[in-house]
Write a protein that binds this ligand. Structure first.
Ligand SMILES: Nc1nc2c(c(=O)[nH]1)N[C@H]1C(S)=C(S)[C@@H](COP(=O)(O)O)O[C@H]1N2
Ligand SMILES: [Mo]
Length: 373
């Protein structure tokens, strides 16, 4: 399957005649114009050529859900904070979260650890189980909510607290622990709103965690409970799944390999795959993201030519993608466009990423096929 191909059946669109893809487990209409279908019925990427502005609009923000979107009535919903490191367990209502705590807005990129898995399989000549992502499992939004730190003040966390585990109210009860230090960071929030609107159902309404620079799986949606523990917590999402399994990643305790935390530096060209262009002058645009770090440089090369620097446009901050661009007047024929981003720690996208069985963290330099007429 090509990373951009859409295997879904389409039905008549609800808006402006745009075809929507059948996604019975989701609430938002999925338009084939802006989203790519992974075929799982629940997981949809943003088309690389439809990324729009610096922020990804809610209608086209990628969705990755292990169970159908639960419909949660905010009048009946509450958030429980408890665990052996909580001295004053609390139950907070939706109203409490809006009115009893200070709010912050943070713009942050969320990327799934499995983004580019189909390309990883192609690089290694293997088929990999797991959501067959092309390049679309990444997006950026302004998230408004309450810092976990401020919630914990109400719950009186013990000094020897060690791990924090938000838990989802979806059928799979998604859970993924974080170390307390990460949970207390300025930009770790329980978000109630996304790009200025109440959190959409598919993105975790009424409340989701946003963990800056980490794998998307840490940003638990539909949160109903947060456990704070004195001991390390082991759950499927840090022992079997979201773990690098393969050569160089020995099992450690209950984990089958190395649990994934922060994401490595990556880049994305805002063109279809393969791209078809006409032979005229144009601006090629894209994004680069370096997890908890800052993108400092993006270089590109056409075919086997020299590397050139692309211009970085807009803000360059940790936890948020950086936009880049360069002018190109392509000659007719078949080309490959390679892009390589570097972060402020000097990490650069590698030419090759070693095998891991679940196909995570594919940040190798991609040879983007471009056909020019
Ligand atoms: N409760 C719950 N939270 C979840 C998930 C899930 O299936 N259930 N998927 C996770 C994964 S793997 C990713 S990549 C992000 C995707 O967030 P999005 O659907 O808002 O883009 O949500 C995370 N949070
Ligand atoms: Mo994910």
């Amino acid at each position: 399957m090509s990373p951009q191909s859409s295997s879904a059946t389409t039905r008549p669109g609800r808006e402006r005649g745009a075809p929507t893809v059948a996604a019975p487990g989701l609430v938002k209409p999925i338009s084939a114009d802006v989203m790519e279908d992974t075929g799982t019925g629940l997981d949809f990427g943003t088309r690389a050529d439809r990324m729009a502005g610096h922020l990804t609009p809610n209608d086209r923000f990628f969705v990755r859900s292990h169970s159908p979107t639960p419909r949660i009535d905010t009048d009946r919903w509450s958030l429980r904070i408890e665990g052996d490191a909580v001295r004053a367990p609390v139950t907070l209502t939706y109203d409490d979260l809006w009115h009893a705590f200070p709010h912050v807005s943070v713009t942050r990129t969320i990327e799934c650890a499995g983004n580019r898995r189909v390309l990883f399989g192609q690089q290694h000549g293997q088929r990999i189980a797991g959501t067959p992502w092309g390049r679309g499992a990444v997006g950026t939004a302004e998230w408004t909510g309450v810092r976990l730190r401020d919630l914990f003040e109400a719950a009186q966390i013990a000094p020897d607290a060690r791990e924090v585990m938000p838990e989802g109210l979806d059928a799979c009860r998604a859970r993924r622990p974080l170390p307390l230090t990460k949970a207390l960071a300025d930009d770790t929030v329980l978000a109630l709103a996304m790009n200025g609107e109440p959190l959409p159902p598919d993105h975790g309404h009424p409340a989701r965690v946003v963990v800056s620079g980490w794998l998307g799986a840490a940003s638990i949606k539909w949160v109903g409970r947060i456990e704070v523990s004195r001991e390390p917590l082991n759950v499927p999402w840090n022992t079997e799944d979201y773990v690098l399994i393969g050569p160089g990643h020995p099992a450690a305790g209950p984990a089958l390999g190395t649990p994934i935390h922060a994401l490595p530096v990556t880049s994305l060209v805002e063109l279809d795959w393969p791209a078809r262009l006409t032979a005229r002058h144009r601006i090629i645009r894209g994004r680069a993201f370096a997890g908890e770090h800052r993108v400092t440089e993006v270089a590109y090369r056409i075919d086997h030519g020299p590397w050139h620097r692309a211009d970085l446009t807009g803000p360059r901050e940790p936890g948020i993608w950086t936009r880049w661009q360069f002018p190109w007047h392509p000659a007719p024929g078949e080309h490959t466009l390679s892009v390589r981003a570097t972060d402020d720690r000097g990490n650069t996208q590698p030419d090759h990423v070693p095998w891991n069985h679940l196909g995570y963290l594919n940040n190798q330099v991609l040879a983007h096929p471009v056909s020019v007429r």
